[in-house]
Every structure is written in C-alpha cells, then in structure tokens.
Design a protein around this ligand. Structure first.
Ligand SMILES: [Mn+2]
Length: 335
C-alpha cells in the first residue's frame, strides 16, 4: 500500500497541474460532502481554476449557511470530453455520485478521489491519470482536503476553515464518534485559528431544526422497538409520516442517533420509506459490530460504526431481514 504522504503529493500534483475541474461528492450530500466540495471549490477558484461544483441532489437547507453553498449546481457542465479533471469527494464508488457519475467519469481527462469510507476506489480500473487518498482513519474527507491544501501551500481562508470545520463537526457527531482522535482536535484548533466560529457553526448544525423535523422525529420515536435484549433498536419512517409533518427526507439524517442513544443498544437502524416501494436504511453501532459489513449484505457500505443501504421493498420486509441478520453479528451477546 502506498504511504499517505505519497498519495498526498500525487493528488496535489494533479490539482496544481490542471485548469478545469468538476468537484463532486455522493448523492444526498451531508455536511462532510458539502463542506469538502465547497472547501475544494474555494481553493481551486482562488487559484484561478475554472471550477464547477456538482451534486446530484439539493444541499440540505441546514447547510445553506456555508459560504458558496448556493453555487453548487445539479447539472454537469457541457464541457468538451477530455477537458476537465473530476474530483470525487467523500465516496469511492462512482455509482455513489448518482446517475450522472458514469458520464462524468467517462468524459473527464483525469480523476482525483479523496475519501474515508471503506473501499479501494476505482483508480486501478481507469486508463486515465488518477490519484486517490482513501484513509479510513481520517475523521472526515474534509480533513484530507485540508492536508492537500497544506501540502500545496494554499493558505486556509476563513471561508475554507468554516467549510472544513462544519464537515468535521458533523461527521464526528460533534467530536463524539469513534473517528474522533487527537488529530481531529489538532485540525479543529487550526481551523478555529483560521477563523471558523465553533459556537456559530454548532448552532447552525445542531440547533436550527425546523418544526417539521422535530414533529417527524416524534413519530419516528413512537415506532422504536428493541430486539435481542435491547442490543438492536429499530425505527421506521413511512411516506404517510413525511406527509403528515410536511418534512423532507434530508431532514432525517441524524434520526438514527436517537435509536443508537438507547443505553442497551449495540446496533441501531432507521428504516425509511421516503417514496413508496423504496427503502433506505441507516445503520449505527457502538462498539463491536461492523455495520459496513452488515450493510454489504444488502448491497450497501460505509464505516465500521456508521453505514447504510438502499433497496426496493417495503420497510417491514426489510426490518424482518435485518433483525434476522443482525442476530448473527451480535453473536453470543444476543442469546
Ligand atoms: Mn464523510
């Protein structure tokens, strides 16, 4: 395996030698995806590079405070094939970008991948220049962006610091999850010194919920059930519940943390049918269960303690399968 410093150099070399970029991340972008895209976008534009920021889906309204958030577009530029570098952030499978991912990959001249999810990336499958850093020990993809900017000697502005701090704060659940390390706090210190405002960002990320969201959370909590002596907890959301509250799917991003917060829990799941016949599931664990592996049984993936999957079906069928499979991951503890 390549050492991280070598990968950083390769990524830095690609970014500095190209003039045109499409910067993107996974569909239904979260704080790390949006923060990373914007940080990268600000930096490339400051360095006079022609840059388009693209996500398949809308930026959640809770992240619209981030500088430049309104500049993210949801259509790829009509650039000549072979004329731009594709920067893929916070995911390492091209499918995760969404329906335009394959086209963007086919049309680009070169690729940069920065990510911290489990996986190998797709550089080896390409015949075009590609550089990647896939570091599962990184607290957030934005921290990898930060390392690359440092290597390039690009000074961290207040707006870039705000984007990266937001990414780190949200991806670590407010410096609480297992991806939080001394490096995370070192990074946070540098970002605050560069002008990120911890109180303001925390208010906007964690204490700016619309009423529709709290109402929907109430309904989700009503459905909370536990299995295996409380080791597994499951919540369900149906299209009717969304309609009743006037809430959007993006507003449910942190609901699963309530299921995880139960004292007895090892695995927590939120099973969401946001549109009829299609289910998306968020999984969390506290200590010993690798939920990325559990999710892979359903075609999903993620991190050791945080993962998910999406599939056609109804939430109650998926729930039954999940309960059955979770038992084998809980092992003796579940008996
Ligand atoms: Mn992330």
């Amino acid at each position: 395996m390549k050492r991280n410093e070598d990968s950083i150099k390769e990524v830095a070399a690609l970014l500095s030698s190209r003039d045109r970029f499409v910067v993107t991340a996974h569909e239904r972008p979260d704080g790390d995806a949006v923060g990373s895209i914007l940080a990268m976008g600000h930096m490339l534009k400051r360095n006079h590079k022609d840059t388009v920021l693209y996500t398949q889906d809308e930026v959640p309204s809770s992240l619209s405070f981030l500088p430049g958030a309104s500049k993210i577009v949801h259509e790829l530029p009509r650039w000549k094939p072979g004329s731009f570098c594709l920067v893929v952030l916070d995911c390492n499978e091209i499918e995760r970008i969404g329906q335009q991912g394959a086209k963007a990959l086919a049309d680009c001249e070169s690729v940069v991948i920065l990510d911290h999810h489990l996986g190998k990336g797709f550089c080896s499958a390409l015949t075009k220049p590609c550089a990647s850093i896939i570091d599962t020990s990184a607290c957030a993809t934005a921290s990898l962006c930060f390392q690359v900017f440092k290597d390039l000697g690009w000074p961290i502005t207040q707006e870039v610091a705000t984007c990266i701090y937001t990414a780190v704060l949200t991806d670590t659940g407010g410096f609480r999850y297992s991806n939080t390390s001394v490096r995370t706090f070192d990074l946070a210190k540098e970002l605050v010194e560069a002008g990120a405002d911890p109180y303001d960002i925390a208010l906007r990320c964690f204490e700016s919920r619309p009423l529709s969201k709290l109402k929907l959370l109430g309904l989700a909590l009503e459905t909370l059930e536990v299995y295996y002596n409380g080791l597994l907890s499951i919540m369900i959301l149906t299209p009717e519940m969304f309609e009743m509250c006037g809430a959007m799917e993006a507003e449910t991003d942190d609901f699963v943390s309530y299921a995880r917060s139960l004292d007895t829990v090892e695995i927590a799941a939120l099973i969401k049918e946001a549109r009829p016949g299609f289910v998306s599931v968020s999984l969390r664990s506290k200590r010993f269960v690798n939920v990325a592996e559990l999710a892979s049984n359903f075609g999903g993936g993620g991190h050791f303690n945080a993962a998910g999957f999406r599939m056609p079906g109804n939430p109650y069928e998926v729930k039954d399968k999940l309960i059955e499979l979770a038992g084998s991951y809980l092992g003796k503890e579940a008996l």
